[in-house]
Design a protein around this ligand. Structure first.
Ligand SMILES: [Zn+2]
Length: 105
């Protein structure tokens, strides 16, 4: 728990307090903006995650059909691995995004 200066009377108060214990000034605005920033950061992180998963998914398809012939052996394993990892990763990320958007900022 950190101490901050009250914006109105400048006395030292807890950063967790919703209002100053001396002058009763509301100081929730700072916490609010921090919450909004972390919410946006998380959204960006999830978007990057879904983009990565989608790239992996496409890479799997490309590896599979590379050269016009169905993949065999190691190439098939790599293709299926990337394909399913990307697919599952993308689904999980989409669910996370939906849950995240439902959360109140
Ligand atoms: Zn104050």
């Amino acid at each position: 728990m950190a101490l901050v200066n009250c914006p109105s009377c400048n006395k030292r108060i807890s950063s967790m307090a919703k209002e100053c214990s001396y002058c009763k000034a509301k100081i929730s605005s700072d916490n609010e903006s921090l919450r909004v920033i972390s919410h946006i950061k998380r959204s960006n992180q999830l978007m990057n995650q879904s983009f990565l998963a989608l790239t992996l998914f496409i890479a799997g398809v490309v590896i599979w059909f590379w050269g016009g012939e169905p993949a065999e052996g190691l190439r098939a394993n790599i293709a299926v691995g990337a394909f399913s990892l990307g697919f599952v990763g993308y689904l999980i990320t989409r669910i996370q995004i939906v849950l995240h958007k439902r959360k109140k900022v």
